[in-house]
Write a protein of this length. Sequence first.
Length: 302
Amino acid sequence: MKAARILAFGGSEVVNIDEVERPEPGVGQVLIQMRAASINPVDWKIRAGYMAQWFPLPQILGRDGAGDIAAVGAEVTSFKVGDAVYGNPGSTFAEFVVANAAEIGPKPKSLDYTEAAAVPVGVLTAWSALFDSANLSAGQRVLIHGAAGGVGSLGVQIAKLKGAYVIGTGSAGNEAFIRELGADEFIDYRSTRFEDAAKDIDVIFDTVGGETLDRSYAVVKSGGVLVTIAGMPSGKKAAEYGIKAVYAGPKPTTALLTEIADLIDSGKLKVHVSKVLPLSDVRQALDLSQEGHTRGKIVLKF
């Protein structure tokens, strides 16, 4: 099968489409024939070697996507050959991927494969951050950094579904988009320092990292939560401000992915794909993601 993989860390030049052996599902696993896979910032970070301790070489890139069940392993009863599914099994920039059956879900019926591929990492990460880590509740004020991105845009929507008051940061060109997602307030990070416009926030959801993360501690109210997906938070700084600061990642289960699919099919959750490229253009797709100005998701179509 064809797969986009790296044999060395570096820039886009290290990514190649290679012929590799097709995997076979084990006990409790399924083989998915991929139809589409989305680009996530973690992909170019893996490529660059920032996460080498967790993703050793050689490495097939890609975290999430959508496709059809091509084979099922022993003891799998929840899916059958031909079922359309989505999830984030990893190594998804390949024609076939093995996944744990308990960590994928039925593809939303209202979405095509390209749209469905844009969902899993973004919504599962936002869900984990806002609900599992921050325990966001109705009426709380949440500030979402990078509200127009693949994770942030879904975070805005699920926070509003929870009944929270949502403030989103982004560039001026994305203001209308972020407000359409449901944000109650918008902050243009290029013209306004968010700490001057937002005070006593119950929850900050950071998808940007770096200086943005460093400046966020002072904005969270005492007893509040700062949750990030773009760096390791400082326990020392969190203690100084009397807040909780945690890192969050996706926690896929069939039940949660099914619940998310129901939200999408009922029109309560919208998916935004900014660009669709063939697998052969994976280098370009990763470079676009690294620029950091994508609205919604970039998707590779097989």
